[in-house]
Design a protein around this ligand. Structure first.
Ligand code: CMC
Length: 427
């Protein structure tokens, strides 16, 4: 138990309870501040505001530590599969053999989407961004599974259903965009091999996913699987706090992920590198331009709200990108450019002083590219990876009797009271 903090405000002293987490993280608990003092706290972008306690993921941005349910991300990337890690995040412990087999069975049982939903894809233009399709399709799932509207029941079937169907929807949206027939899931395959089959197989042609690519995809998805209270997860929790169903909440999370400052950065990184390559702009010149605040441009894939040292996910991805590219005999000049850009940025005082390092999105796009995943599907890949985290947070919140509807306050800065003026008398 930590001592309470003391707050002196307008000459009066108040006790503020201190909450301490299992890794000794400390917070001032201010839920009664307004009723006691008439003040609220103001923290644009929630830079310093904890929205909840959570037992899912621990992140230390200064030390570059990331653990799911206590297990270091490095160990999971090395030893686990995406399905096993999803189970860990959602249920809080590593599954036994039977539990994993049962979970995989549920994923297989739910791998198809209702045939009627296939017609939805026809309504989109071929140029539609797959994130728009993904979010709409996930929300539409709630129409097909009305039992999900009762949010306190049926979680154990809804969670694997959504995990499995998101993968199918993602692959179908890609097939739609290239005008190929949709490939149905083949349930003898593992989760990742099945996804690659749905993405890249064509009818009447044999297809077998490359083992290295399957392994790399598992690692990529594991690295994305949760990141505590990031923008999309906070969105899922905020929407879910109104007791909206899991599909609606996750659909909103997908949209929050889409932005280039969040999951959309993986697409933006490749586009940035390609632009530089095509225009012949040097890394030094580009770095100078992002330092100029008037330019409004950023070095995409760099910087993080929480990490103030090297993002541990980026470290693993950088090594893996090298490995996969060399194993496949691919010489991607964009990788050389990315490495040169990293080196240039990390030796520039602007980046050093602000602790700006490569984040998970800096190298993930290069790896997706090496796997043959098209650029506009990169953020969809992030969404598939982040889904178990969204589900775990949605469940944690629903199970917590302390959960309240999310409803921040504000400090009003507009006009003070004034009278309505009839349109004929307005100047
Ligand atoms: N390039 C140039 N300057 C930057 C960058 C960047 N990528 N990132 C931060 N800065 C500067 C920023 O301008 C500010 O400078 P100053 O102190 O002079 O005003 C300082 O560094 C602190 O940055 P901030 O914008 O206050 O930091 P934030 O916590 O609000 O934003 C961020 C975090 C990730 C949105 C931001 O670093 C960024 O926009 N990065 C590029 C987009 C990106 O790669 N996003 C993916 C994040 S990782 C995947 C995920 O989990 O979403």
């Amino acid at each position: 138990m930590a001592d309470n903090a003391k707050l002196i405000l307008e000459g009066k002293e108040y006790e503020i309870p201190v909450v301490v987490g299992s890794e000794n993280e400390k917070a001032l608990e201010i839920s009664k501040l307004r009723s006691q003092t008439g003040h609220i706290t103001l923290d644009s972008g929630f830079v310093n505001t904890g929205s909840t306690t959570s037992a899912i993921t621990y992140l230390d941005g200064e030390q570059g530590i990331l653990r799911y349910r206590g297990i270091p991300i490095e160990q999971l990337a090395k030893n686990s599969s995406f399905v096993e890690t999803s189970y860990l995040l959602i249920y809080g412990h590593l599954p036994t053999k039977d539990q994993l087999a049962n979970f995989s069975h549920l994923l297989n049982m739910h791998s198809m989407i209702h045939e009627d939903m296939k017609h939805f894809f026809d309504g989109y233009p071929a140029t539609a961004h797959p994130m728009a399709i993904l979010s709409s399709m996930v929300c539409s799932l709630s129409a097909y599974y009305p039992e999900s509207l009762n949010v306190f029941e049926s979680f154990d079937s809804q969670a694997p259903r959504l995990l499995s169907k998101l993968r199918t929807i993602a692959a179908f949206s890609y097939k739609k965009s290239v005008g190929h027939p949709m490939m149905y899931p083949q349930n003898h395959l593992s989760y990742c091999a099945n996804f690659l089959q749905m993405m890249f197989a064509v009818p009447a042609e044999p297809f077998e996913a490359d083992e290295d690519i399957v392994k790399a995809l598992n690692i990529l998805l594991i690295l994305h699987a949760d990141h505590e209270q990031n923008c999309s997860t906070s969105t899922v929790r905020l929407v879910g706090s109104s007791q909206a169903n899991m599909y609606a909440s996750v659909s909103a999370g997908i949209l929050a992920l889409w932005g280039p400052l969040h999951g959309g950065a993986n697409q933006a990184v490749i586009e940035m590198l390609e632009d530089l390559q095509n225009s012949g702009t040097s890394c030094k010149k580009f770095i100078s331009s992002v330092k100029d605040k008037d330019s409004k441009s950023k070095l995409m894939g760099f910087g993080h709200r929480v990490y103030k040292s090297y993002d541990p996910r980026a470290k693993i991805l950088k090594e893996m990108t090298d490995l996969i590219l060399s194993k496949r005999g691919v010489n991607d000049p964009l990788l050389d450019l990315a490495k040169e850009m990293e080196e240039t940025a990390l030796s520039d005082s602007y980046f050093v002083e602000r602790n700006l390092y490569p984040n998970v999105d800096f190298y993930s796009g290069l790896l997706y590219k090496a796997m043959g995943i098209p650029v506009n599907m990169f953020t969809v890949m992030f969404a598939i990876g982040r889904l178990p985290g969204w589900i775990a947070h949605w469940k944690e919140m629903m199970d917590d009797p302390q959960t309240k509807i999310g409803r921040p306050r504000q400090i009003y800065t507009g006009e003070t009271a004034r009278d309505y003026v009839h349109i004929d008398q307005r100047k």
